[in-house]
Design a protein around this ligand. Sequence first.
Ligand code: CP
Length: 323
Amino acid sequence: MTFRQRHLLGIEPLSPPEITDLLDLADTYVDLNRSSDKHDEVLRGLTQINMFFENSTRTQASFEIAGKRLGADVMNMGMASSSVKKGETLIDTALTLNAMHPDLLVVRHPQSGAVDLLAQKVNCAVLNAGDGRHEHPTHALLDALTIRRAKGRLHRLTIAICGDVAHSRVARSNVHLLGKMEARLRFVGPATLMPSGAANWGVEVYHDMREGLKDADVVMMLRLQNERMDGQFIPSPREFRHLYGLTAERLALAAPDAIVMHPGPMNRGVEIDSDVADLEGRSIITSQVEMGVAIRMACLDVLTRKTRGISGWAKETSSGEWV
Ligand code: CP
């Protein structure tokens, strides 16, 4: 394996071989997770702390399950009942927990860049579980694993990423990852929900849903992130569904074997209709959740290989740099 990162803060610094190695390792954890004895001991004796400053169902649960299945001692910090509520800063909170000698910190934070900042202050591996609109690296990895298992490859697939791209860290991480793996990417949505400079991201931009979906191999719908909208980005949810919701009729414009994805949680009846979200053989939304556990196991595994004395992994030089 080639993975040489100290932290997992984003997809941007990863090389295609590092991504491929993580996906290959995650495939082995899918098999473990489907067996009757789901336990491994690779993280035995190690401590994992999950710090979620923003709500989560899928990411927090899967990181907890992943750590426990690999034998780590896992602690979920209840941030709502922590001293953050008394005004303690992110950095002081991190330094306090760091003094307890964790080996892994899993962090979700509403501010872009907050997880990166925290990683500079602690001496254990940090995994970004989603920071603001910036990156959600394990989500892009689980999406890639799900697509690769469904389609057999990532390269030369046409992937339409649809809806609220502007507020989506999932979209950003997916553009980095799927672009590195030579997929053909499209953004589909209203101009008000496109990130500035979207045309320079190496994607084709469509404002007409019918054109954007034409012959796509993968239709990746995004959640309308109402909590990140400080103004009016769409006339109304009803109008948005009318123009950009994924209906069965619109899905018929994609390739006949196109798969449907959504990172969750879904606004059913807004960005995606229930009959499409639940369409057997086409919707792989529950597979994404399953792959999330396996990919997080792979990430926890590789980021602790140095701690566990496994050679060939990230190394600290005499000047304190990680190479
Ligand atoms: N997709 C995703 O990150 O879901 P959660 O917010 O439930 O973790």
